[in-house]
Design a protein around this ligand. Structure first.
Ligand SMILES: Cc1ncc(C[n+]2csc(CCOP(=O)(O)OP(=O)(O)O)c2C)c(N)n1
Ligand SMILES: [Mg+2]
Length: 892
């Protein structure tokens, strides 16, 4: 047997290997790890040029990255910290169990926090620094499903009451409750970052860390060693967003960023990688991307065993065991572990011979050992030059025992029977007797107890409590009339697009004394599409290393100018990443106390459709700023076709409650909306943000027709009255964006050819009209008998006679939403269906939204009302050249 194992597949003698290893050891001892690493690197390079085909692996053995000899002393009182953690474990569990006793199926999660408790507690006691007047503080993204543990800690800290804990997931209870997950919208003094839609927080954290550097490099805040910590699940890493930007983090050398992946090897249904090893997979992905990877796999109890493993057999066995098997070992007895894990080799069995079965069962994993976790965190915060990921092995549902520890069902476990509760109580030493314990009361030791005193002292040393959200920026003061004035005046015959008009405003805002430096233009590789390249030169593209090359277009006026203090965030082709920058910038008023004003301009079809969940998260986070959907309008974006032409985004913008969505037609409308938006968000501190579509169709911009500001902001105003308002045939035409011009042409055709006098309305926001309408209805319903509130649309149309026709470049449902508040039937024209590669005129014919179709729809309405004869309609169809048997754009 011995003989068999002493030679290797290629016939190398053990002794030969031993010699190599010993020489490495001696280099390590005499010259240190750097020299040893260099020799290995040279050997590898030498091997390659000598024709040796070395397989690439970014993996290291399945062992702790930090060797025991380099492990720092644990600075805390381990026993006290264990007791505090146990109390938090109990209260977190109590919250969920109690909530489900009161209302079956109210939900909540025990097992995520149970697995992550040590990861958080070491952070809370030793690392997470609060935001104070003097120090910006660390930023922590908590794993959403661990929320009960974070609440339970805040309870011990005296920040949340037992009443609030009692109302976990009962937010509508008198006295308030606690939201299921981190939601700044619902708990604006507590949570900072919504994390529970998996995959969003890792990406947001990366861009947050980068944005912190942006603020420093632009001189808007002092450089500090503040860290961004992101706690994420191992199952969560399957979301494409989770790992999607990890190369940005290493490229930007974000050593202010620390990921902690809670590797309990399980997700909701079962193992993350039953047949593989998620930890090794993540290690190679992160190492390959240039991250500092720290594996915390085995607890201190393993150290002496591993030390005895001089041949590396145990580490080899660990590396060969798949996660499904590890999970089985977790739920099994010591005897089973001995037989099935160590039993694979008699020499392994020998290693654990002195240990009784019970000790084998109690061999802790790294993520449950504060000493190992502390060592990893310390190494992470001290590491320079790249971001760090800590892969910490834990057990899902740790401590739940029979009630779920390590079981596939543990994620959903919300109820414990009496025996299970008693066992949990005993395991964590909660001072409750058998009887009391089954009531699952919240337990907080007295204020003067060692636990509370310690916990408070630790937080005090770290600057205060975490998480805590506070708006720290001062309101802007100016009204900025001067900035927007020129855009109210029209383009004086020049044809410009609303995109050009917006870029003109942006350029002007960038020069403003108060807000200039606060503006953050964000583009996902579309600046040229929107005519923004002049900004490259004037304000520069942000680059943390400046510009290390002479740009190819250096001799041109608008060269590609990268600079350390560049203002533009040119994100490359990542709408998700750009949105994460938008979020970091738009929440800086709270995170950093700086009123950053992001303008994120993108191809409108790739906005809501692609990254709506980030937009939803930014709404939750009370992010401020402007989203601009460029090249918008299904029939206005010519040529591009089905994938690009956006007729959807204004419908997709409807569900976001605090998002104001506008489809402006003219420069002055945009100016009014942006100026008012800046006032509302940054002067009055409202938690709203904006979505504006801008188009690339050039046309003359008129000057503002009188006092229409309120109408623009509320959603509609009469742009042009009919010339002859005494005419018998009357109509009201609604247009938005570029389609407003079609309505104006229709107005002329109707008047000159058919004697119909039409008023034309610019509808800047169907969403605003709709929200106003449903609110009026609601108020009326709840206040019967009182003076009825009249929706704004109804008010506008009080003296507006005739047929009503709305045309939009978006789905017909937009105008239809407000039809019921109109005095008469509404006809809507819109662009439902797939786009086409075509010119504008053909597209508007295809979708039936051009002036001809608006004219015809108006005449048809008048015909239905008996105001005109059928022959007029027939003649119009002929004169307008409308093919009545044309394909249906909706389904063709
Ligand atoms: C985008 C998204 N998809 C699905 C879910 C539902 N979900 C909540 S937790 C969970 C499993 C989480 O597993 P993991 O990330 O490993 O975290 P753990 O609880 O194991 O620490 C799932 C699928 C979600 N919250 N977000
Ligand atoms: Mg997991």
């Amino acid at each position: 047997m011995d003989n068999e194992l002493s030679t290797h597949p290629h016939g190398i003698e053990d002794v030969e290997i031993q010699e190599w290893l010993e020489s490495l050891d001696s280099v390590l001892e005499s010259s240190g790890p750097e020299v040893a690493a260099e020799i290995l690197e040279r050997l590898r390079a030498h091997a390659t040029v000598s024709g040796i085909d070395l397989p690439f692996s970014a993996n290291t053995p399945y062992a702790n990255t930090i060797p025991v000899r380099l492990q720092p002393l644990f600075p805390g009182d381990q026993e006290l910290e264990r007791r505090i953690k146990s109390l938090i474990r109990w209260n977190a569990l109590a919250m969920v169990v109690r909530a489900n006793r009161v209302e079956h199926n109210i939900g909540g999660h025990i097992s995520t926090y149970a697995s992550a408790a040590t990861l958080y507690e070491v952070g809370f006691n030793h690392f997470f620094r609060a935001r104070t007047e003097e120090f910006e503080g660390d930023t922590v993204y908590f794993q959403g499903h661990a929320a009960p543990g974070i609440y339970a800690r805040a309870f011990l800290e005296g920040r949340l009451s037992a009443h609030q804990l009692e109302n976990f997931r009962r937010e509508l209870k008198p006295g308030g409750g606690l939201s299921s997950y981190p939601h700044p919208w619902l708990m604006p003094d507590f949570w900072e970052f919504p994390t529970v839609s998996m995959g969003l927080s890792p990406l947001m954290a990366i861009y947050q860390a980068r944005f912190n550097r942006y603020l420093e490099n632009r001189g808007l805040k002092a450089a500090t060693d503040a860290k961004v910590w992101a706690f994420i699940g191992d199952g969560e890493t399957d979301e494409p967003e989770s790992l999607g930007a990890i190369t940005l983090a290493s490229r930007e050398r974000l050593d202010n960023l620390i990921f902690v992946v809670n590797c309990n090897l399980q997700r909701l249904d079962g193992p993350v990688r039953g047949n593989g090893q998620i930890i090794q997979e993540l290690e190679s992905a992160f190492r390959g991307a240039g991250w500092n990877v720290i594996k915390v796999l085995w607890g201190s109890e393993w150290d002496p065993i591993l030390e005895r493993d001089t041949e590396g057999l145990l580490v080899k066995r660990m590396g060969e065991t798949v996660d499904g098997e590890y999970q089985k070992l977790v739920v099994s007895s010591g005897a089973y572990v001995r037989e099935h894990f160590f039993g694979s080799d008699p020499r392994l069995l020998q290693l654990v011979e002195p240990l009784p079965d019970e000790a084998l069962r109690r061999l802790r994993l790294g993520g449950h050992d504060p000493r190992k976790v502390y060592a990893a965190y310390k190494a992470a915060v001290e590491h320079r030059g790249s971001p760090t990921v800590i892969l910490a092995r834990t057990i899902k549902g740790y401590g739940l025992g029979e009630a779920g520890e390590g079981k596939n069902v543990t994620h959903q476990q919300k109820k414990l029977n009496e025996d299970e509760l008693r066992e949990f109580r005993s395991r964590f030493g909660i001072p409750l007797n058998d009887e009391d314990c089954t009531e699952v009361p919240f337990y907080r030791p007295p204020e003067d107890s060692a636990e509370i005193q310690y916990l408070r002292a630790r937080r005090e040393a770290l600057g205060g409590y975490v998480p805590q959200r506070r708006v720290r920026s001062k309101p802007l003061v100016a009204d900025h009339d001067d900035l927007f004035k020129e855009f109210l005046e029209g383009s004086d015959g020049r044809e410009v697009s609303t995109t050009m008009a917006f870029v003109g405003m942006l350029r002007k805002m960038l020069k403003d004394r108060e807000i200039g430096k606060l503006i953050v233009p964000i583009v996902p590789d579309e600046a040229r599409t929107f005519g923004m390249e002049s900004l490259f030169r004037s304000v520069g593209i942000y680059s943390s290393v400046g510009q290390r090359y002479e740009p190819v277009d250096v001799n041109t006026l608008l060269y590609y100018h990268e600079a350390k203090d560049g203002q533009i965030l040119e994100e490359g082709i990542t709408e998700a990443g750009s949105m994460a920058s938008f979020i970091a910038a738009g929440s800086a008023y709270a995170t950093h106390g700086i009123n950053m004003i992001p303008f994120f301009i993108y191809y409108s079809m790739f906005g809501f459709q692609r990254i709506a969940d980030f937009i939803w998260a930014s709404a939750d986070m009370r992010t401020r700023g402007f989203l601009l959907g460029g090249t918008a309008g299904r029939s206005t974006l010519s040529g591009e076709g089905l994938q690009h032409q956006d007729g959807n985004s204004h419908v997709l913008a409807l569900p976001v409650p605090n998002l104001k969505a506008y489809d402006p037609a003219y420069a002055y409308e945009i100016a009014v909306i942006i100026q008012d938006g800046i006032r509302r968000m940054y002067k009055d501190g409202e938690s709203v943000f904006y979505y504006l579509t801008v188009m690339n169709e050039p046309y003359e911009m008129p000057s503002i027709p009188g006092d229409v500001r309120e109408g623009i902001l509320r959603g509609m105003y009469r742009f042009r009255k009919a010339a002859n308002d005494k005419a018998k045939l009357r109509a009201q035409l609604f247009g938005s964006g570029a389609i407003l011009n079609e309505a104006l042409s229709a107005q002329e055709i109707l008047e000159s050819k058919y004697g119909v006098a039409a008023d034309v309305w610019s509808v800047t926001s169907y969403k605003e009209l709709y929200l106003d309408g449903i609110e009026a209805e609601r108020w009326n319903r709840l206040h019967p008998g009182e003076k009825l509130r009249v929706p704004y649309v109804t008010q506008c149309l009080a003296d507006a006679p005739g047929a009503i026709v709305a045309a939009t470049d978006y789905l017909k449902t937009l105008p239809s939403m407000v039809g019921r508040w109109m005095p008469r039937r509404l006809t809507t024209l819109g662009t439902d269906g797939f786009g086409r590669s075509e010119g504008r005129a053909a597209l508007r014919d295809f979708f039936e939204v051009d002036s001809r179709f608006i004219t015809m729809a108006t005449l048809h309405e008048l015909f239905l009302d008996g105001k005109i004869e059928r022959c007029v309609l027939d003649r119009a169809i002929k004169d307008l050249g409308i093919h009545t048997d044309k394909p249906n754009p909706l389904v063709s």
